[in-house]
Design a protein around this ligand. Structure first.
Ligand code: TNX
Length: 536
C-alpha cells in the first residue's frame, strides 16, 4: 500500500495516468494527462472525483460488482433509505438485483459507527471483498455514496442495461468537508420553475455534495409561495414572470414536497423573501403596502432597484410578520433569508430601520437571518449571516464594511459575482446569461480561495460558499444546466475540498472526466475550451 494524497506532485500523477492508459492499450506519448477513458476497464482512481477527497490511500485489489452483490445496510430506516437510493441508481444500468440486506458479508456496506467523521464526513474502503462506507451520521453515508457513484463508470448513470464491468479501485478514501455551508441558489421568481425542475437540480447538487438549496422565492417579477394570510401575493403576484409568461407559485404542499425531496438528498432549503427592495410583485398585489396607497402594475422586465416596501407604515411589519411566520412554519431548516440587496429606492435610514424591525421577526419564529451583504451596512443581529456578492473590483470601503462585520461575529457566505454567479456568461458569445459582473470562464470560477478571499475578514467567519443562479434569461432545465455545468462542480469543490487539493491543472482533468456522466444523465453543458474533454 502506498500512502498518497490528492496533492501528489504533478509528475507522479502524469506518470500514473500514462501507466493507466498504457495498461488499457491506448498509450499516447506527449499528450496532456488523459481523462480516465470510459472504454477502458481500469477503474477510476479513488482521487479522481469531484469534489476532491480530503485524503486517499490507493492500493489493493479493486472490488467488482456482480449479480450476487448485495447492499448491506444497518438496521435503521434512514440507512436503509440511503441503501435503496443507491440501489435505485445502480440497478437499471448494471441489471443486477442489488438486494438490500442487513446481514451477510461482502458487497456494498453502509454502516454507521462512531468515529472522527464530523456531521458529513465518511470513509470509503474498497478491496476484493467489497466496499464499505462508514460514517457517524446518515449525511456522511449519503456523501460517501456520491463518491462511490463517481468511482463507477459514467454509464452507471444510464437508465438501461449497460455492459460493465463495474469495478471500484482498491484503497481508502477519508473525507470530510472544509465548510459546513455549501449552497446553490435558484431564482424561481424571474422565471418560475416547476417542482420537478427543482427536484432535477437538487439531484445534480447532491452528486457534488452540496448541502444548501437557497430558493429566491420573491422578486419584482413574481411571488412564488402561497401565504394564506395574504392570498393575492401568490394568486396575483405570482401570475407572471420576465417576458410576460404565466409564472406560477408553489402551494404550501408543493413547497413542502421540495423541502422533503431536498432533505432526502441531505440538502437544507433556505427560503428567501427579498425585502425591502425587489418587492414589486407584493406591492402590485396589495395597494396598502405602498406609501401612496396605490398598487403598481405587475412587472415583467429585468430592471432592478425600483421598488420598496413602505418602511414607515405599520402594515409593512404586519405583512413581514405573517409571511415570515407562515414560511418559517413550512421550513424545517435553520435559516430564513430576507434579501436586502439593491434597495436603491429605500433611503439608507429607512433601510436600517426596516432591518432593525424585521430581523427580530425572523428570530421570533426560530430562524437564523441570512441577508445579502448590504445587511452589514445596517445592524446585523448576533448570529446573522451575510452573503457577499461583490466583485474583485468592489470598492475597498464596501469590502471593509463586510470584513468589519465579519470581525464582529457576522458569518459569511461567499458568492462573489465575478466568480460563482452561475448566470454570468462564459464568453461574449454565450447565448444565455448576463455579463454585468464580467465574463466568467470555468477556470476563473474555480481559481480562488474562499479562506482568504475577502481582505480583513477572518477565515473563521467564512461558513462556506454559494453559487447563485439568477434566471432573467433562463427558462428551461437545459438553460440552467448549461450555465451550471461545468462551473457548479467547481463551486462544490471550493466548498468541500481542503485548500491543499486546489489545483486547476489536475482539477480540469477530473472535470473533463465528468462529461460522459453528464451525457448519461442528460445534462446539457458548456464545452469550455479550457477543459480537456474526452473526444469520443
Ligand atoms: C444582482 S445579486 C441581483 C439580482 C439579479 C442579479 C443578476 C443580487 C443580490 N441581486 O437581483 O438577478 O444581479 O445577475
Amino acid at each position: 500500500m502506498r500512502r498518497t494524497h490528492s496533492t501528489t506532485p504533478r509528475t507522479t500523477r502524469v506518470l500514473g495516468s500514462l501507466l493507466l492508459v498504457a495498461a488499457a492499450g491506448v498509450f499516447t506519448l506527449g499528450a496532456a494527462p488523459a481523462a480516465p477513458a470510459a472504454r477502458t476497464a481500469a477503474p477510476t482512481p479513488l482521487d479522481q472525483v469531484i469534489p476532491a477527497p480530503a485524503s486517499v490511500t490507493h492500493g489493493g485489489t479493486p472490488y467488482r460488482l456482480t449479480r450476487a452483490t448485495g447492499v448491506r445496510v444497518d438496521d435503521s430506516a434512514e440507512v436503509r433509505r440511503i441503501g435503496a437510493y443507491l440501489a435505485g441508481i445502480l440497478r437499471p444500468s448494471t441489471g443486477y438485483p442489488l438486494a438490500l440486506t442487513d446481514h451477510g458479508t461482502g458487497g456494498i456496506r453502509l454502516h454507521l459507527a462512531p468515529g472522527d467523521f464530523g456531521a458529513e464526513g465518511y470513509r470509503l474502503h474498497s478491496d476484493a471483498g467489497g466496499v464499505t462506507i462508514t460514517a457517524s451520521a446518515p449525511a456522511g453515508l449519503f456523501h460517501g455514496v456520491q463518491t462511490l457513484r463517481q468511482l463507477l463508470p459514467p454509464a452507471v448513470e444510464k437508465k438501461t442495461a449497460q455492459p460493465g464491468p463495474w469495478q471500484i479501485a482498491g484503497g481508502t478514501v477519508q473525507d470530510r468537508p472544509r465548510y459546513s455551508y455549501r449552497g446553490a441558489m435558484l431564482d424561481v421568481s424571474r422565471h418560475f420553475l416547476t417542482v420537478d425542475q427543482v427536484k432535477r437540480y437538487i439531484d445534480q447538487l447532491a452528486l457534488y455534495k452540496l448541502n444548501e438549496l437557497h430558493l429566491h422565492l420573491s422578486d419584482d417579477q413574481g411571488w412564488r409561495i402561497a401565504i394564506d394570510s395574504w392570498p393575492r401575493l401568490a394568486a396575483y403576484g405570482g401570475s407572471t414572470e420576465v417576458g410576460g409568461g404565466p409564472g406560477g407559485y408553489y402551494t404550501k404542499a408543493q413547497y413542502q414536497e421540495i423541502v422533503r425531496y431536498a432533505a432526502s438528498r441531505y440538502l437544507e432549503v433556505v427560503p428567501e423573501i427579498d425585502m425591502p427592495g425587489h418587492t414589486n410583485a407584493a406591492l402590485a398585489s396589495y395597494a396598502e403596502l405602498n406609501c401612496d396607497g396605490t398598487a403598481p402594475p405587475l412587472y415583467t422586465g429585468t430592471k432592478v432597484g425600483f421598488s420598496s416596501l413602505c418602511v414607515p407604515k405599520q402594515v409593512t411589519y404586519d405583512f413581514a410578520d405573517d409571511v415570515i411566520r407562515e414560511l418559517a412554519a413550512l421550513t424545517p431548516g435553520r435559516y430564513l433569508h430576507i434579501g436586502g440587496d439593491e434597495a436603491h429606492s429605500t433611503s439608507h435610514a429607512d433601510y436600517v430601520a426596516f432591518m432593525d424591525r424585521v430581523q427580530p421577526i425572523v428570530a421570533k419564529y426560530g430562524k437564523t437571518v441570512i441577508g445579502w451583504h448590504q445587511l452589514t451596512g445596517a445592524h446585523p443581529v448576533p448570529g446573522a449571516l451575510a452573503q457577499y456578492w461583490g466583485l474583485d473590483s468592489t470598492s475597498a470601503a464596501e469590502k471593509d464594511q463586510v470584513a468589519k462585520a465579519a470581525r464582529n461575529g457576522t458569518g459569511l457566505i461567499l458568492s462573489p459575482a465575478d466568480r460563482i454567479y452561475l448566470d454570468m456568461k462564459y464568453t461574449k458569445d454565450t447565448r444565455l446569461g448576463l455579463d454585468w459582473a464580467g465574463l466568467v470562464e470555468v477556470r476563473r470560477s474555480y481559481d480562488w480561495n474562499p479562506g482568504d478571499y475577502l481582505p480583513g475578514a477572518p477565515a473563521s467567519a467564512v461558513r462556506g460558499v454559494e453559487a447563485p443562479m439568477w434566471s432573467e434569461t433562463l427558462k428551461e432545465s437545459a438553460d440552467i444546466e448549461y450555465m451550471a455545468f461545468p462551473r457548479l462542480p467547481g463551486a462544490a469543490e471550493l466548498g468541500w475540498s481542503p485548500a491543499a487539493t486546489h489545483d486547476w491543472d489536475t482539477y480540469k482533468v477530473r472535470l473533463a472526466a465528468q462529461a460522459p456522466r453528464w451525457d448519461a444523465l442528460g445534462i446539457t453543458y458548456y464545452r469550455s475550451p479550457q477543459v480537456p474533454w474526452p473526444t469520443n
